[in-house]
Design a protein around this ligand. Structure first.
Ligand code: CA
Length: 422
């Protein structure tokens, strides 16, 4: 639950912008608040966690130059006797789901085999089911008592008055991760953070508050799924820093690449370097018609017409990310001591390469493979984008030699062929 501070609504803001300030490695004192109020900023909430605090403020500021002044003011009010690097300020961006909802489960069938056609089965190794691993779902909540979850689901935090999944999205994504019928890690535990309301909307303040609860009550080994995106396309410093806190504690974070049919580098949080961005495919191994792509998308998994809770079909990259997190959970089950980097390397190294048919140039052509070689633990080289575009954009001397050899061979062949025809 959010730990609400009594709201100090002393000024009404018009056309306001909401900001959040996260103080890491220390707790802000309530006495800092009057400094802000004097400056005409409305403090909406102050929340304390074991080793951090967060305040949310409203300001009428809209102009970029005034925003900078606001940032300085909030920092100054928070930073008394504190290390400046521990104080992070960002706009409280809005977030929304990365999906649109519309039972043969082609999606589960696809990921345990290297190529088509489907073999009508989904099989992992004996006893490989994610047992002992926690999947944190940061979504619309979860229907804790649904039989699909087998008593393995619970709720840690809600940004709203209710903890119930009143949208259905969180339960659908959770079922793909750890449901007994539709899940890839059928015995993993799931801990839900409800940060999106019944309409599928929320904000960064709710997410960051939820993350602080995870940090305070972390159960390892663990992975996390974020099946939503910021509605405003820009980088959010506080969100990125909080995700880094999780990664530093060995929680790998998987996010939907987004459904904008464009370069995934513009969609956050998936585009953050510390997050594994997951795009979508359909049952013919084509890129999902809605999926983002490009250098910032690390991996792809089934996302078009996937079957989840109660046999309902869904489409969206929202439904690809939980599958990758689930397979990560099964790898962690087999080797709980893997670092975040090692875990991500295993999933990308052993993904099925070059199976996706219509992926735009400059994308990593990697499809999730559910039976990666989990052992070894050493950091391995990751793949490069498979596209020829990337090959020519960064020419090594060897590439240049090969390129001119290719040109020579091509023109020689053309001349020969022309000669034959004549
Ligand atoms: Ca199969």
């Amino acid at each position: 639950m959010r730990n609400a501070f009594p709201l100090l609504m002393l000024l009404l803001a018009t056309a306001s912008a909401e900001w959040i300030c996260l103080i890491k490695n220390g707790r802000i004192q309530d006495s800092a608040l009057p400094n802000l109020l004097v400056q005409g900023i409305v403090v909406k909430s102050l929340q304390h966690y074991t080793s951090s605090s967060m305040i949310t403020v409203d300001s009428t500021t809209q102009n970029p130059l005034e925003e900078q002044a606001l940032v300085r003011l909030v920092k100054a009010s928070c930073s008394k006797h504190r290390n400046d690097a521990d104080i992070l300020v960002a706009r409280n961006s809005k977030i929304r789901l990365s999906s649109s909802s519309s039972s043969s489960a082609w999606d589960l069938d696809r990921i345990d085999q290297r190529s088509l056609p489907l073999d009508q089965s989904f099989t992992l190794g004996n006893g490989v089911d994610g047992r002992g691993v926690t999947i944190y779902s940061v979504d619309t909540g979860i229907l804790v008592g649904d039989p699909e979850f087998g008593g393995r689901a619970s709720t840690l935090y809600s940004a709203f008055s209710s903890t119930v999944d009143d949208n259905g999205h969180g339960s659908a994504t959770a079922a793909l991760a750890m449901g007994v019928t539709y899940g890839a890690a059928k015995q993993a535990r799931l801990v839900a953070l409800k940060v999106l309301d019944h309409t599928g909307h929320g904000d960064v303040a709710g997410v960051v508050a939820g993350f602080q609860h995870v940090l305070d009550h972390l159960t390892l080994p663990a992975v996390m799924v974020l099946s939503w995106q910021l509605t405003e396309g820009y980088y959010n410093t506080v969100l990125n820093a909080t995700i880094q806190q999780l990664v530093d504690r060995n929680v790998t974070v998987y996010a939907s690449a987004g459904n904008n049919k464009k370069d995934g580098c513009e969609t956050y949080p998936a585009a953050f370097n510390n997050v594994v961005s997951v795009g979508g495919t359909d049952e013919n191994d084509r890129l999902s018609s809605f999926s983002n792509y490009g250098l910032c998308v690390d991996l792809y998994a089934p996302a078009t017409n996937v079957t989840s809770l109660h046999g309902t079909r869904y489409s969206g990259t929202s439904f690809a990310a939980p599958r990758v997190a689930a397979i990560a959970a099964t790898v962690l089950q087999q080797n709980p001591k893997l670092s975040s980097d090692e875990l991500v390397t295993i999933l990308t190294r052993d993904a099925t390469v070059n199976a996706i048919k219509n992926l735009p140039s400059g994308s990593y052509n990697r499809l999730l493979y559910a039976r990666p070689r989990a052992f070894g633990g050493s950091r391995l080289d990751t793949l490069q984008p498979s596209a020829s575009l990337a090959f020519f954009l960064s020419p090594s001397p060897f590439c240049v030699v090969v390129f001119f050899f290719f040109l020579f061979f091509f023109f020689s062949s053309s001349a020969t062929a022309t000669g034959v025809l004549m």
